[in-house]
Design a protein around this ligand. Structure first.
Ligand SMILES: [Zn+2]
Length: 550
């Protein structure tokens, strides 16, 4: 694909003259996205120290969009989160309202009727407390048993409690009746017992009333649930159904890597918060209505998606560009206009590249948002969150670009084609890194691609080229191994696979993998079987050498 525009083309030419390669190698120790902590070595200053000064949530109003006051308006002064549940917005939602859920989806990405009918439906009604320190809400969830055996309980993640987040459930209903929840291990998973076994194909309605604190310092493996740096990042704020695959996946995720492993689901969300916030969410914003003075209620819908996330700020500025049917938006702080527009260009170019290489992006919108996170970037459905610390720092420019395009690649590998990110992170992370390589090849030519490939090798070198399998669960990589093996050696595996089966078959493999596993969960064996089918030969020795545990 040609570069996106003149500016990028000039930069591409400059970087292709060897600069890019040098920059990559120099920053290789630092380069990653959905960043495992080790790849941030040498450890940069805390994000708050490298973010250009932005008013903290309680700062004096500044002359920016919405102003700092936007982060402090009260819904009703003194209302506690518990009291605030009384003012949850009235909702008018119905189950199986496919057209509403699919508002954000482009027609060609629509799942089959069978697939759609079995998806979990989330109806969330959420209120942000006046002091912005907590969310309270109700999660009404319609769950269908898509397994082959009856279920006598349904488990849900309360992810904030992985980090002592203080998320609580004050009421749990199954089919409208109160139940006594169980907590199988700690309080990060809640079980709702069913009065009668739920047979395959049957549906049950669950309802939970919950409160989730929003810590100023951030919770999450990368501080992705936080009110920090003038931005609210609300990852993991609601209860999410645990995946059942020959048993409930109740294992505790590692303290590095992604914790999300979800089935593609459908969302209809009502979010009440200060009116002056710019609210960016996964999916589409159906409408915004003003309620009590200073507050508004957003109706946010979307699906299929692996997760739902809201990011908000009273400070955000926005730039947009249209790529075919997709509106690409970038949200950034006023001090970061240059970086915000640059991220928009990179994301748009990545979108074109991956659409051509893998198949159509599913949604009408792709949002790039700056948040305070210790990761370089984090992927969400239709949303790419990038660390605010990268926006204004020329020294981290190579990382900034690679992180942005890596996260865009996750729209294909993680969101549309799902996988177990806890136990098989290579399927999405290593493939997102290979996709990033394709972006550099397409945008900057052979030399740019070589620069990125060198950075992958330099990353692997950090563990002395240890031939540790790329196919292990996150928890089995110690320290820097996760970044070195899954993000470095893992991407080199895909390059080796391409060399083994040829460029054309590699391209065909990824196109078929994308279309055949859309909205489902792919396993390593599924990938290998498809690869062998496309290649027309046994790839066992290659997978033994690179992927499988020994
Ligand atoms: Zn990633």
């Amino acid at each position: 694909m040609p570069p996106a525009g003149g500016h990028l083309a000039r930069e591409g030419a400059l970087l292709a003259r060897g600069f890019l390669r040098a920059l990559f190698v120099a920053t290789a120790l630092w380069l990653s996205a959905c960043v495992p902590p080790d790849v941030l070595q040498p450890v940069p200053a805390p994000i708050t120290a490298v973010v250009p000064p932005t008013p903290p949530p309680d700062a004096t109003p500044a002359p920016v969009s919405g102003g700092a006051a936007a982060l402090t308006p009260g819904l009703s002064p003194g209302v506690s989160p518990a009291q605030a549940t009384a003012t949850l917005a009235a909702t008018a939602r119905s189950w199986n309202d496919w057209d509403t859920y699919l508002t954000a989806l482009l027609p060609e990405a629509r799942p089959t009727a069978d697939l759609l009918a079995g998806m979990t439906q989330y109806h969330l009604n959420v209120l942000l407390a006046s002091d912005l320190t907590a969310l309270t809400g109700e999660a009404d969830i319609r769950y269908t048993n898509r397994e082959t055996e009856p279920l006598d309980i349904v488990y849900l993640h309360l992810f904030p409690n992985l980090w002592d987040g203080g998320m609580t459930v004050s009421r749990a209903l199954v089919a409208g009746q109160p139940v006594s929840p169980t907590y199988p291990s700690g309080d990060d998973v809640i079980g709702l017992p069913l009065a009668q076994p739920l047979r395959p194909g049957e549906t049950v309605d669950l309802s939970l009333r919950f409160t989730t604190p929003v810590p100023q310092g951030g919770a999450g493996n990368y501080g992705e649930l936080a009110s920090q740096g003038g931005v609210l990042a609300l990852a993991h704020f609601y209860p999410t159904v645990v995946v059942y695959d020959r048993g409930w996946h109740l294992e505790t995720p590692s303290s590095q890597g992604d914790v999300i492993y979800h089935d593609a689901s459908l969302y209809d969300v009502t979010f009440t918060a200060p009116d002056s916030l710019t609210v960016v969410a996964t999916g589409a914003t159906l409408d915004k209505t003003r309620g009590e003075p200073g507050t508004a209620t957003w109706r946010l819908v979307g699906g299929p998606m692996r997760d739902f996330n809201i990011v908000a700020s009273g400070h955000y500025e926005k730039s947009s560009v249209q790529v075919g049917d997709v509106a690409v938006n970038s949200y950034y702080l006023p001090a970061d206009t240059g970086g915000g527009r640059q991220a928009l260009e990179w994301a748009a170019t990545a979108l074109r590249t991956y659409q051509a290489a893998f198949g159509p992006y599913p949604y009408a919108e792709l949002d790039v948002v700056g948040i305070s996170t210790s990761a370089g970037g984090i992927e969400y459905p239709g949303m790419v969150a990038i660390s605010l610390g990268l926006f204004g720092d020329w020294n981290s420019r190579a990382f900034f670009e690679a992180a942005t395009v890596h996260e865009v690649a996750h729209q294909w590998w993680y969101n549309v084609v799902g996988n177990d990110q806890v136990n098989h992170p290579w399927l999405d992370e290593s493939l997102a890194q290979y996709s990033t390589y394709l972006y550099y090849l397409s945008t900057y030519g052979e030399q740019g691609a070589k620069g990125f490939e060198d950075s992958l090798r330099a990353r692997w070198e950090r563990v002395n080229f240890a031939e540790k399998p790329i196919g292990l669960p996150v928890r089995e990589y110690e320290g820097r191994e996760y970044g070195a093996i899954v993000y470095g050696r893992g991407a080199l595996f895909f390059l080796t696979l391409r060399d083994e089966i040829g460029e054309e078959k590699m391209a065909e493999l990824l196109r078929r993998y994308y279309s055949e596993y859309a909205w489902q969960i792919a396993s390593p064996e599924a990938f290998r079987t498809l690869a062998e089918s496309v290649a027309g030969k046994d790839l066992g020795p290659l997978f033994e050498k690179w992927v499988y545990p020994r």
